[in-house]
Design a protein around this ligand. Structure first.
Ligand code: M6R
Length: 612
């Protein structure tokens, strides 16, 4: 889970690399480094954020037109200057950056140690640099060929970039499991883990496939081969990404910007997919699999973290109106539990980044057992988007804050569209009801705008509770996953312990925690199990607990009991998660800011979890 970036061309590499690292810092931010060729191979690395590397290299020789750079999220070896990338080979002639994990690194390392090599870091990546050098010395004195031979020996995942002092006219990249994109400029090339560092220079890109490597030289055509040495024709795609989407646009943090973008991102997610006049939903990306979906006896949703919470909302929706049994699985559990999968199962993988290692692996397992796999991803061209048979993009735009916000509501929007479409086609919903729901869904972006106006009230509540040590989040039915998501948001960015629970389960244990110190956030909107939730609130009040309630505008009963209320607009029960989530995102955000936490880059986390 790291970010890699590289450049080869006529320009100075350093400014491109450092800017690229800043764009990729969401992928990892415990150390960073850079290697530049200019007759010499100069490598500089520093623990900490990219800004610390920038400070460190101020008086160093950073001239050169070819370079590679890396921002790290530690897997093997603690974050420090030595374990930071790039890693040099023993002779210091080669530099490599790596995102992924070389699983058999210790076997290779032991072998190289026996041959007299001395390693300086604890990383798996350094082993690859040494292995390439060993092959260059003993097998084939050609960098591209040595990289290719080395990659045939490693087991694991990698996106790598390699440069060498002895072959200073080329940059070599390769991919398996971790993402790698090549930007094609005029006689120059950019490489990165995703397109964000590239978009300001060129919109023409090639996404490398697994087991492919490329030899990149300025002013020459891209030379792409498989690691079994079969030449490939580069498939050039045009990026739709805009530079403005990658900037904060006046907001203090990306997370806040992304929370406020939700009216637009939900609208973009629905764009072209709803025909309200003729009453139908079209999810073009999966239309070839429509009949399979209609016939499906079961849908299995696999995901992690916030995407898993969206999957739970999807379970309620699909079962409620399309009457299809749904199982929602943590991808990390699914992949190791010998799951029962039938050929007529539909597996839906949900992922913002499209790079989550556990979800990717779970897809592979489901595939080998013959299921149809659909994806709901935000990042276009991502590994999950390409590993699935078909899918729907969420079109939420780049999500840079590590805490997922607008991607979550966009994922729920797709699941709502899918549920409506299937319900209509299966005949499990009345025409008039379908029409009502579709109209309401179209209106959701406006209701989200209205919900965002609760921000001032939320800030006041955040100030009161920013020092709380624990929080409990409760909800029932559609609001149960919202409670889980609210708790996750608070934990990850404010480091306050929070638990999400189905409200009725509280009395089976967590009620023991309730006292005057612990705030309980209850999503108590006016549909479904409203009366039952009121009873749960009474149980908390009877134990002197503090209630922060998310209620429907105009509510009276909960207001009488709760200590603090946040009013959201009225909507259909199935769409409440799209509104109720927003105040919880804002509450976590404000608490984290008051506590002086790094909101966009919380400690120990990274945006895409590309390791197990
Ligand atoms: O990119 P994905 O949606 O597959 O990521 C899954 C989780 O890692 C992610 O949702 C994580 O829980 C977020 N930090 C939550 O805000």
């Amino acid at each position: 889970m790291c970010g890699i970036v590289g450049y080869i061309g006529e320009k100075q590499a350093y400014p491109i690399l450092i800017k690229g690292l800043k764009r990729l810092e969401y992928r990892g931010y415990d150390s960073a480094g850079i290697a530049i060729l200019n007759g010499e191979l100069n490598t500089f690395k520093k623990i900490g954020k990219v800004s610390e590397l920038e400070e460190y290299v101020k008086d160093k020789n950073i001239n050169g037109n070819i370079g590679i750079a890396h921002t790290r999220w530690a897997t093997h070896g603690e974050p420090n200057d030595i374990n930071a990338h790039p890693h040099n080979s023993q002779s210091k002639n080669i530099a490599i950056i790596h995102n992924g994990i070389i699983e058999n690194y210790s076997i290779i390392k032991d072998e190289l140690i026996k041959r007299g090599y001395k390693f300086s870091s604890e990383t798996d990546s350094e082993v690859l640099a040494y292995l390439i050098e060993d092959i260059l010395k003993n097998v084939k004195n050609d960098l591209a060929e040595a990289v290719r031979i080395a990659l045939n020996q490693v087991i694991g995942a990698y996106a790598i970039a390699v440069i060498s002092k002895n072959e200073p006219d080329k940059l070599i990249v390769a991919k398996k499991g971790s993402p790698l994109v090549i930007g094609i400029g005029k006689g120059e090339f950019f490489i990165a883990s995703d397109a964000t560092p590239i978009v300001e220079y060129t919109k023409d890109v090639v996404y490398l496939n697994d087991f492919e490597f490329a030899v990149i030289k300025k002013n020459e055509e891209l030379d792409i081969r498989t690691i079994s040495n079969k030449r490939q024709t580069p498939y050039i795609q045009r990026l739709e990404l805009e530079l403005s989407q990658l900037e904060k646009g006046g907001y203090e943090h990306f997370m806040l910007k992304e929370i406020y973008e939700q009216p637009r991102s939900i609208r973009d997610c629905m764009r072209g997919r709803i025909n309200a006049e003729e009453d139908f939903v079209i999810l073009g990306g999966i239309s070839d699999y429509e009949q399979k979906l209609i016939n499906a006896k079961r849908i299995i949703i696999i995901a992690c973290g916030t995407s898993w919470h969206a999957g739970l909302v999807g379970e309620y929706m699909l079962e409620d109106i399309a009457r299809i049994p749904v199982e929602v699985e943590y991808a990390s559990e699914f992949r190791y539990k010998n799951p029962i999968i039938y050929e007529d199962d539909i597996v839906i993988a949900i992922s913002q980044s499209g790079e989550t290692a556990d979800t990717l692996e779970a897809i592979e397992i489901a595939k080998t057992r013959g299921a149809t796999i659909l994806g709901i991803c935000n990042v276009v061209g991502s590994s999950i988007a390409r590993a699935t048979h078909a899918g729907s993009y969420t079109h939420a735009g780049p999500e840079i804050g590590v805490a997922s916000t607008k991607a979550f509501t966009a994922q729920i929007t797709i699941l709502a569209l899918l549920s409506l479409s299937l319900a209509q086609k299966k005949g499990t919903i009345k025409k008039s009801r379908f029409h009502q729901l579709l109209n309401e869904l179209t209106n959701i972006p406006k209701l989200v705008e209205e919900t965002l106006k609760t921000d001032d009230v939320i800030l006041k509540i955040a100030k009161i509770f920013s020092n709380a040590r624990n929080f409990l989040y409760l909800g029932r039915g559609y609001n149960f996953p919202v409670a889980l998501e609210g708790a996750l948001k608070l934990k990850e960015i404010s480091y306050i312990h929070a638990e999400g629970y189905p409200a009725a389960e509280m009395k089976h244990g967590p009620i023991a925690l309730i006292d005057q110190e612990m705030p309980t956030v209850v999503i108590a909107t006016n549909r479904g199990t409203y009366e039952k939730v009121i009873s749960n609130i009474q149980e908390i009040k009877a134990r002197k607990g503090i209630i922060i309630a998310i209620v429907t505008k105009g509510d009276k009963a909960v207001k009488e009991l709760a200590d603090y209320v946040i009013e959201i607009p009225e909507t259909e029960e199935m769409f409440v998660p799209l509104l109720a989530t927003i105040p919880l995102q804002l509450l976590s955000y404000h608490i984290a800011v008051i506590r002086n936490c790094n909101v966009d880059q919380p400690r120990n986390l990274a945006k895409s979890v590309t390791v197990e």
